[in-house]
Design a protein around this ligand. Sequence first.
Ligand SMILES: Nc1ncnc2c1ncn2[C@@H]1O[C@H](COP(=O)(O)OP(=O)(O)OP(=O)(O)O)[C@@H](O)[C@H]1O
Length: 382
Amino acid sequence: MSVPAFTGSNVMDVDAAKIRGAGSNVHFDKVSVAYGAHVVLHPLTLDIAPGEILAMIGPSGSGKTTALRAVAGFVRPASGRIRIGATDVTDLPPYERGLGMVVQNYALFPHMRVEDNVAFGLRAQGADKALIGERVKDSLATVGMLGFAKRYPRELSGGQQQRVAIARALAVRPRVLLLDEPLSALDAQIRRNMVEEIAKLHRDLPGLTILYVTHDQTEALTLADKIAIMRDGRVSSHGPTAELYRRPPNRFTAEFLGRANLLPVTVAEGAAGPKGLAKARLGNAVLAGAARGEKPGDKTLLCIRPQHLSLTGDEEHTNRIVGTLKEVHWQGELTHLVLDVDGTPVRVSATRLPVSLPEPGSAMPLFFAPGDTSLVPEDVRG
Ligand SMILES: Nc1ncnc2c1ncn2[C@@H]1O[C@H](COP(=O)(O)OP(=O)(O)OP(=O)(O)O)[C@@H](O)[C@H]1O
């Protein structure tokens, strides 16, 4: 399979071969958007590196789609500039920005065969027949839909339609691919497969920069190199995916990205040693976790993920807390326990249970490793 080159959307670009595989960064420079008096995007400064997948996640109404539509050119910023590579695109119309875009509901033309849907953007640009034929073939092969070229959209499943929508976006050789909730109309199993296919697509086309808007944290965790978490029109946190998950910089991030137990603690000792572990008190327990520059006496939160809590201690799981068992939910692969620890509900996801579990209402110890624990400041909201 030949790999498309990513250049501008201009199919006549004679330099295409020279910059084959080279992606473009997307730069938001203090971009704000307002609808009337209602500011929905506060000045946003953010960079998406060439070839990076940035997932923008956050609750409904937090401004994700608005940010994406500003890049696409469908929303005009009230202030700030947007650059794609070296080009300031703020004043360019959408079709001159070198972008491909896929939205939630496929938006294929129902009266056109798959191959004509994919060819649409190239025909609009006046590309010649031979080039269109080659690009349509390439793009359909990239998404594994070569055998479906003659079908109409109604003859395809939802997942297949979305693959065609991606092929159509790729056919114009975009510098940047914008994906706005591309999988949310699909059912759970197809969604999981499509997430894997988008990951493969990116492995095949490593130069392609992708802005991926979703409210699904699993999609974001699986696909993204970096994540930006939006809240009320602002970036609440931004960083490499694993780092944001392992060391969330605030409560909102800890809770939005996966499940998190957040226990109110008082710092006993600031960070010491090469691992940067601090010690914090929860009742009588002294617990070690990754620090963020806390000082003794600071009130903060101790973050531990449900799957990192163990029902047995060992030389690694040296933090120990005791709670009262409240609920047990068996779910096949995992058993979820809920305990009350000093008034805070603590969730445990266990793959293996001891032979006999204490009765609800009984005291039960939980163990966890300092390396899986981090101190997280409570959110200060402006
Ligand atoms: N055309 C519009 N006119 C007025 N307000 C709008 C318009 N489009 C969006 N908004 C408002 O802007 C805010 C941000 O919307 P946006 O669609 O960016 O959120 P989102 O994070 O993508 O949400 P969702 O996950 O529900 O799609 C919301 O309060 C929304 O009501």
